[in-house]
Design a protein around this ligand. Structure first.
Ligand code: NI
Length: 140
Protein backbone atom coordinates (compact mmCIF):
# COMPACT_ATOMS: atom_id res chain seq x y z
CA UNK A 1 0.00 0.00 0.00
CA UNK A 2 1.38 3.36 -0.95
CA UNK A 3 0.29 6.94 -0.83
CA UNK A 4 1.99 7.64 -4.14
CA UNK A 5 0.45 7.43 -7.59
CA UNK A 6 0.47 3.90 -8.95
CA UNK A 7 0.31 2.95 -12.61
CA UNK A 8 -1.85 -0.11 -13.08
CA UNK A 9 0.36 -1.25 -15.97
CA UNK A 10 3.35 -1.15 -13.64
CA UNK A 11 1.48 -3.08 -10.96
CA UNK A 12 0.36 -5.70 -13.48
CA UNK A 13 3.95 -6.22 -14.59
CA UNK A 14 5.00 -7.30 -11.08
CA UNK A 15 3.25 -10.68 -11.16
CA UNK A 16 2.26 -13.42 -13.57
CA UNK A 17 0.04 -15.67 -11.43
CA UNK A 18 -3.41 -16.30 -12.82
CA UNK A 19 -6.60 -16.00 -10.77
CA UNK A 20 -4.62 -14.53 -7.85
CA UNK A 21 -5.81 -10.98 -7.14
CA UNK A 22 -3.38 -8.34 -5.87
CA UNK A 23 -4.55 -5.46 -3.69
CA UNK A 24 -3.39 -2.19 -5.24
CA UNK A 25 -5.07 0.16 -2.76
CA UNK A 26 -7.99 0.51 -0.37
CA UNK A 27 -10.92 2.91 -0.35
CA UNK A 28 -12.57 3.06 3.07
CA UNK A 29 -13.25 -0.61 3.75
CA UNK A 30 -13.02 -1.71 0.12
CA UNK A 31 -10.09 -3.22 -1.78
CA UNK A 32 -9.13 -2.27 -5.28
CA UNK A 33 -7.67 -5.51 -6.65
CA UNK A 34 -6.16 -6.43 -9.98
CA UNK A 35 -5.86 -9.90 -11.42
CA UNK A 36 -4.60 -11.69 -14.48
CA UNK A 37 -6.96 -14.38 -15.68
CA UNK A 38 -7.10 -17.04 -18.38
CA UNK A 39 -9.29 -20.08 -18.82
CA UNK A 40 -12.13 -20.66 -16.39
CA UNK A 41 -12.61 -19.73 -12.76
CA UNK A 42 -15.18 -21.70 -10.74
CA UNK A 43 -18.85 -21.23 -10.04
CA UNK A 44 -19.18 -19.30 -6.79
CA UNK A 45 -21.30 -16.69 -5.02
CA UNK A 46 -20.66 -13.87 -2.58
CA UNK A 47 -23.62 -13.94 -0.22
CA UNK A 48 -23.21 -10.48 1.30
CA UNK A 49 -21.59 -8.28 -1.28
CA UNK A 50 -21.83 -7.18 -4.87
CA UNK A 51 -18.65 -7.59 -6.92
CA UNK A 52 -17.44 -4.91 -9.33
CA UNK A 53 -15.43 -5.82 -12.45
CA UNK A 54 -13.52 -3.53 -14.83
CA UNK A 55 -11.70 -5.09 -17.77
CA UNK A 56 -8.28 -3.49 -18.18
CA UNK A 57 -6.98 -5.66 -21.03
CA UNK A 58 -8.48 -8.41 -23.12
CA UNK A 59 -12.02 -9.71 -22.83
CA UNK A 60 -13.81 -11.33 -19.89
CA UNK A 61 -16.84 -13.59 -19.99
CA UNK A 62 -18.90 -13.94 -16.83
CA UNK A 63 -21.41 -16.78 -16.71
CA UNK A 64 -24.31 -15.98 -14.40
CA UNK A 65 -27.08 -18.03 -12.86
CA UNK A 66 -29.55 -15.23 -12.37
CA UNK A 67 -32.41 -16.50 -14.49
CA UNK A 68 -35.59 -18.29 -13.57
CA UNK A 69 -35.32 -21.88 -12.44
CA UNK A 70 -36.69 -24.33 -14.98
CA UNK A 71 -39.22 -25.64 -12.52
CA UNK A 72 -37.46 -28.91 -11.82
CA UNK A 73 -37.34 -30.17 -8.23
CA UNK A 74 -33.67 -29.30 -7.80
CA UNK A 75 -33.63 -26.03 -9.67
CA UNK A 76 -31.21 -27.65 -12.09
CA UNK A 77 -30.83 -25.78 -15.32
CA UNK A 78 -31.51 -22.54 -13.54
CA UNK A 79 -31.29 -19.91 -16.25
CA UNK A 80 -27.69 -19.36 -17.15
CA UNK A 81 -26.40 -16.57 -19.32
CA UNK A 82 -23.00 -15.18 -20.20
CA UNK A 83 -22.10 -11.51 -20.32
CA UNK A 84 -19.07 -10.61 -22.43
CA UNK A 85 -17.04 -7.65 -21.22
CA UNK A 86 -14.62 -6.08 -23.69
CA UNK A 87 -11.67 -3.99 -22.57
CA UNK A 88 -12.96 -0.94 -20.73
CA UNK A 89 -16.28 -2.50 -19.72
CA UNK A 90 -17.60 -2.43 -16.18
CA UNK A 91 -20.07 -4.90 -14.67
CA UNK A 92 -21.44 -5.68 -11.22
CA UNK A 93 -22.39 -9.18 -10.12
CA UNK A 94 -25.11 -8.72 -7.49
CA UNK A 95 -24.69 -10.36 -4.11
CA UNK A 96 -25.86 -13.93 -3.95
CA UNK A 97 -25.70 -14.53 -7.70
CA UNK A 98 -23.64 -17.55 -8.76
CA UNK A 99 -21.07 -16.58 -11.34
CA UNK A 100 -18.06 -18.02 -13.17
CA UNK A 101 -15.57 -15.65 -14.78
CA UNK A 102 -13.60 -16.91 -17.77
CA UNK A 103 -11.34 -15.62 -20.50
CA UNK A 104 -10.35 -17.85 -23.39
CA UNK A 105 -7.52 -15.59 -24.58
CA UNK A 106 -6.60 -14.08 -21.21
CA UNK A 107 -7.41 -10.74 -19.60
CA UNK A 108 -6.40 -8.33 -16.89
CA UNK A 109 -9.18 -7.12 -14.63
CA UNK A 110 -9.79 -4.74 -11.74
CA UNK A 111 -12.08 -5.75 -8.88
CA UNK A 112 -13.68 -3.57 -6.24
CA UNK A 113 -15.10 -5.34 -3.21
CA UNK A 114 -15.06 -5.20 0.58
CA UNK A 115 -11.75 -6.00 2.27
CA UNK A 116 -11.74 -9.64 3.31
CA UNK A 117 -13.94 -10.86 0.46
CA UNK A 118 -12.70 -14.34 -0.56
CA UNK A 119 -11.90 -14.74 -4.26
CA UNK A 120 -13.88 -17.97 -4.43
CA UNK A 121 -16.91 -16.56 -2.64
CA UNK A 122 -18.75 -17.96 0.37
CA UNK A 123 -19.94 -21.04 -1.46
CA UNK A 124 -18.31 -22.61 -4.47
CA UNK A 125 -17.64 -25.80 -6.36
CA UNK A 126 -14.38 -27.69 -5.67
CA UNK A 127 -11.33 -25.49 -6.26
CA UNK A 128 -8.80 -26.82 -8.79
CA UNK A 129 -5.07 -26.19 -8.42
CA UNK A 130 -4.94 -23.30 -10.87
CA UNK A 131 -7.31 -21.16 -8.78
CA UNK A 132 -5.90 -19.22 -5.83
CA UNK A 133 -8.07 -19.07 -2.71
CA UNK A 134 -7.29 -15.65 -1.27
CA UNK A 135 -8.74 -12.45 0.13
CA UNK A 136 -6.27 -10.62 -2.10
CA UNK A 137 -2.50 -10.73 -1.92
CA UNK A 138 -0.14 -7.82 -1.38
CA UNK A 139 1.51 -6.28 -4.41
CA UNK A 140 5.19 -6.98 -4.86
NI1 NI B 1 -16.76 -13.54 -7.53
Amino acid sequence: MTNEPLLLQTALATFADLWSPRIVTRVNDYDVRIAKVAGEHIWHAHENTDEFFLVLEGELDIALRDGEADGGPTGAGRGERVVTLPQGAVFVVPRGVEHRPASAAGASILLFEPTGTPSVGDRHEPVPDHIDVTIGRALG
